[in-house]
Design a protein around this ligand. Structure first.
Ligand code: PLP
Length: 450
């Protein structure tokens, strides 16, 4: 086989490859990646980057694929590469379902396995609508639930504008952590007071919509791509109570935070006693080595669908090779206590984040939970650098370049800058990553005119 050089790859890409969330020409000057190693990525031109956001917050185990994963995947590919999930039974599906049921709190005992986070939410919405016989799905404005029809209509951020037409029944609440006002008269300090006001507003909204029309509330346990927002505990527990009061299912979207990102196995475990009816997850389930997601449902829902179809499916769901991969990835996560690693590194994340806030006028504030962090970027006027939905500010291009020059690869979505390296990172490497971001932010300060 001939080896393609960079010029040939770029030419074929420009001629034939399309992007999706961005115009295709954005791909013209992204790095060509050839190899991963630990938490680092190597480019064809010899550059080496730290993977600062685990790509799309998914490569949680980094690039040294555990040998047990390679073995399991190879074995499955060799012995039986595919079984359509509706026709046959295979050990990897039963084994992974049993393991996940053990890791989830009771009564979350039923599992289905789509291929992406979007599909997991698509299926969860179908489950909720079919079980309750109701139609509406209540989510938050600051949220992302996926790029397919229902999951994008459920999404609260600007991306839903692509999917709103033709998708009815998706309603949005203001988050308990708003940007332009405080729910509490006493400011953010009085968190519980604010949480109760936000809950009162939510209850009024539920009553105005009609509880008899709402199938489910679907919430990211910790808002991820919207900027690492952690809700007050009283709010999240209160939402669960409202769901119980009005016969609404509670779906926790753990696609980004599930499997340890925030220092606990599940994001909802940060809100004591909160148990969802349905949990969706993906990404960390296979560390993105292969496409697989999960929908966990309560025993009651599982029982309901033993005699009725969910009415959702795809050829690739519960793909045996991906299931074998996921099982070993989860075992690896547990064996090496990587969830604990995320929790132990939280103080370092906080210290380094606080340092960036203190030393860069372009950094307005930062939030951290486990190995999940986000900085808010601002302009000289003290306002957010740009809306998340806006065309890129003129300072974005040189800032992106500065990050790459410092060897930092990852999601830059102004006014947000995420920090979410693989869960296998160690403290010196984490500190080194922040030092690189620190230097790149000096370029942003200048570009913004500070
Ligand atoms: N839900 C959340 C919270 C996410 O962060 C994402 C992806 O970023 C999704 C759903 C969609 O997952 P996928 O991109 O695998 O379809």
């Amino acid at each position: 086989e001939d080896k393609w050089d960079a010029a040939k790859i770029r030419a074929a890409s420009a001629a034939h490859v399309g992007a999706t969330w961005t115009p295709s020409n954005v791909l013209d000057d992204v790095p060509i990646l050839v190899k991963g190693e630990g938490v680092f990525l190597h480019a064809a031109d010899g550059r080496k980057f730290i993977d600062w956001t685990s790509q799309a917050v998914c490569t949680n185990l980094g690039y040294d694929v555990p040998p047990a994963v390679i073995e399991a995947v190879t074995r499955q590919l060799t012995e039986l590469p595919h079984v359509y999930s509706g026709l046959g039974m295979v050990e990897p599906r039963a084994r992974l379902a049993a393991l996940l049921a053990e890791l989830l709190p009771a009564p979350l005992t039923g599992l289905i396995f789509p291929s992406s986070g979007s599909e997991a939410n698509e299926a969860a919405i179908r489950i909720a609508r079919r079980f309750t016989g109701k139609h509406k799905i209540l989510t938050q404005y600051r949220s992302y639930h996926g790029g397919s029809g229902a999951s994008l209509a459920a999404t609260g951020d600007f991306r839903r504008w692509y999917a709103e037409a033709g998708n009815s029944g998706f309603i949005k609440a203001i988050n308990p952590t708003p940007l332009m006002f405080s729910w509490s008269e006493a400011g953010d300090a009085a968190e519980t007071d604010g949480a109760h006001r936000a809950l009162a507003a939510l209850e009024e909204q539920i009553l105005l919509e009609g509880p008899q029309t709402i199938a489910a509330v679907l919430l990211e346990s910790i808002v991820g791509s919207g900027g690492t927002f952690i809700a007050p505990e009283a709010y999240m527990r209160g939402v669960r109570a409202l769901c119980d009061k009005y016969g609404i299912l509670y779906i926790a979207d753990e696609v980004m935070v599930g499997f340890g990102r925030t220092g606990k196995m599940w994001g909802f475990q940060h809100y004591e006693g909160l148990v969802p009816d349905i949990v969706t997850s993906a990404k960390g389930l296979t560390a993105a080595y292969l496409p697989l997601s999960m929908v966990a449902m309560s025993a009651e829902l599982h029982e309901f669908f033993r005699t009725r179809p969910v009415g959702w499916g795809s050829t690739y769901q519960a793909h045996p090779v991906a299931l074998a991969c996921a099982y070993e990835c989860v075992k690896h996560l547990l064996k090496h206590d990587l969830v604990g690693n995320a929790a132990r590194l939280e103080p370092v994340m906080r210290e380094c984040t606080d340092h960036l806030v203190a030393s860069h006028p372009s950094v307005r504030q930062g939030r951290v939970k486990g190995l999940f962090g986000c900085l808010d970027l601002q302009g000289v006027d003290g306002k957010y650098m740009q809306p998340l939905s806006g065309p890129p500010h003129a300072a974005v291009k040189p800032f992106r370049r500065a990050l790459l020059d410092e060897g930092v690869y990852g999601l830059v979505r102004p006014p947000l800058l995420h920090s979410a390296p693989p869960l296998v990172i160690d403290e010196p490497t984490l500190r080194d990553g922040f030092a690189r971001v620190d230097r790149a932010l000096s370029v942003l300060d200048k570009e913004l005119g500070f």
